[in-house]
Unconditional design. Sequence first.
Length: 473
Amino acid sequence: MLDPSTDEIRNWGNSVIQLMTDYLGDLRDHRVYGRMSSREIRGRLDSTLPTEGTDFDGLLKVFRETIIPFSRQNAHPRMFGYVQSPGTAIAAFADLLASALNANLTVWRSAPAPVELERLTINWVRQILGFNAEAGGLFVSGGSMANFTALATARQTKNCSIDRLRIYASSETHFSIAKAATLLGIGRENVQQVGIDERFRMRVDDLVAKITADVEAGHVPFCVVANAGTVNTGAVDPLAEIRKVADRFQIWMHVDGSYGAFAVLAKSVRELFAGLERADSIALDPHKWLYLPVDVGCIIYRDPEVARAAFTHEAEYTRIIGEEADEAFAYWDYGPELSRRFRALKVWMLLKGVGLHSLGEAIESNLACARYLESLVRASNDFDMVAPVELSIFCLRHVPSHLRSESPQAIDEFNERLLIALQRDGSSYLSNATLGGRFALRGCVLNYRTTLRDMEILLDDLRRVAKTLPTSV
């Protein structure tokens, strides 16, 4: 098994491709999620430490009969929970090829062609976002690592005691920012929470007030984090105005665009991202709105040399000898990781194989589905929108007639029970959010397979499942 023959590899490959074809071909027939327990799954897996090998067909049988049915079907067109990409077939093949080559993209000499492909693909991402020609970056594991890397770079711009540093982020900002501040020694107590407006966007006046007060108190503002699509509602902060504030106080402007930034490919919302290209850094997740399988995040720096100052570290075993400038390139100078898999291959293969035009159309379709859902809710008498739709995230509550006179707390409790019942039902899948102190059913359209009809089915599923719940609240 360690070194199979070419015939064995060919047979394994054919079996895997057939399984993949069967799975994707009848995806709509699967339940998005089913009733299952940890004990049940463990009971189906042989827990004996293997001393002898198992034939490949036996391994594939476990995947087919246990792993697939006892997983959440993230590629299903009504998987609306979280910000979940369906993945693509072309990228699945890219991951297979990347694993076969097993390149380690540490420095140029370790993987010459893969490093050049990543540099090329990062340059394409830079162009998509409208960044300057000098901008650069690298692929990382995901948005959380991209945010961490950006804050580590931003910290390099201020020479002072770390406990005096201040970060500014709205109350809707992803928790990875506070987590990064903790890991970097800045402390989550030094992440100042900026107020939001009625559309859940950062209030620039409150940002200015918070920074001004901190300066007067002896703190050192060093970074403001703006959102290009929040995880709760998809809100896009006023990026151009935040840039002006960052310039005024000479602080780093980071944009968390992990969910929403690639929506710049959709003409209908492109104006929302005005000013994005002037950020000092941006976090992205190609494994979200480029529909790629996990994991692949991305960090883009307007000036990569600032990152180099933050991450360069010399050791004799990493010293590059006898190479020209281009061939001496090292990714470890621009981020925290040394070992790095060939993530760029699937990004390159998708962009090259599908093209920006088709990707833009798919994103437009996702946006249209969310807007359609909003229109259905507003035309109904048993659903309420909890937040306006800005990109493809929607937040709603089911309020049947018998609940209209109940307290907000009772409606919260009903919708919590409805969410659990909907997930267990398996036809559609939503997640949750708390907005303005109220519980909301939250969904995100991030699948090129999703249609307007799926939005109608979602509301039908909610109504159907709600009727199975006890009438008392």
